[in-house]
Design a protein around this ligand. Sequence first.
Ligand code: SAH
Length: 382
Amino acid sequence: MKFVRLKSSRPCRVLSGHPWAFAGEIDRQNQKLEDGDCVELRDVRGRSLGSGLWSNRSQIAWRRYAREMRLFDRKFLREALSSAVSRRSPGQYRRLVWSEADHLPGLVVDQFDRAIVVQVLTAGMACAQNEIALWLKDNLSPREIIFRNDAASRQYDGLELEVHTESGDPFVPDWFNIEGVEYFLDLSGGQKTGFYLDQREQHLQVAKYAHGRRALDGFCNQGGFSLQMARAGAASVEGIDSSEECVTAAARNAERNKLAAKFTRANMFDWFTENRTQKFDLIVLDPPPFAKNKEAMAGAMRGYKELNLRALRLLNPGGILATYSCSQRVSTSDFLAMLGDAAADAKREARVLEITGQPSDHPVLLNFPESHYLKGAILQAE
Ligand code: SAH
């Protein structure tokens, strides 16, 4: 197996357990390395830091897949896929593979009943794409596998953006029953891998507070929170999203499930400006990741605070705010501090009912903060 070395003994994240090493940190030992090569990384004293997949174009040149010396061959891949799937609880809608957190850096696999959606995100993992499809076919007998290789981050690895199905036929959107609600999903288009599976437990959790309450679902996407709140007996449900496609899909889903909910296309910031006097008993805020990079952090925190402040102002006494951030860069403590500021400015006392995170099929790796992207809190305003 080829090996590379860290250039210096200066502290860097890979020395404290993080699974990435950056191109600038690595001395390649004058070797020609190919995308997808299995490479051992050693520290300056020659001690092994594990085996990783190499990518030539990305800043993240080395991503660890094993602490020991292992080739990333067919045997390793099959073992890693089996262990990832066996760690999950049984279910029809779930994430089966979550990248570094499952020792498969650059690979995401979601199951939607008999359809499987795969995202290959790095040049290293792209070399294994055919083997991955074979394993999925042999072990899970899906009706179709959809390769959603259209995430923008692929460009950092010099990979093309493309979507294709294993059968070669176009994917036909269909109804999928997730936690008792039917959604019309196009798994070959739309945001994420077709649906926000990472919020499916929260849809139900928040719905527990919905009975008899006037609910607002900010950033509603295809209606995940709205429809579960309506199903749980909310007095009224209003969902807002800036995407026309999303509000149309959400309305169609409501109709199919015979649930009463109204969906409006609007920018949430503008909506709050134009609706200062309405009152609600339950508000959900589930915005897209505002803090995509370090530079965007300050602006992102202002955006989160603004939204939460406005929401708190619209809550009746005893009202509930279920609020989330899916920015990797925003930690749970940043998020709670921002909520504290928002409550202070809104002059509202708020009690923390629940601090929430990711469902267990989106596991968090302790030394890989990037795997912990979703944070949330359910608050009650006095
Ligand atoms: N709550 C959803 C997921 C929300 S994802 C669920 O559980 O399924 C974030 C959503 O915010 C996307 O649907 C996106 O279209 C929408 N969005 C992005 N920017 C927005 C803005 N400024 N105002 C309103 N919606 C926005």
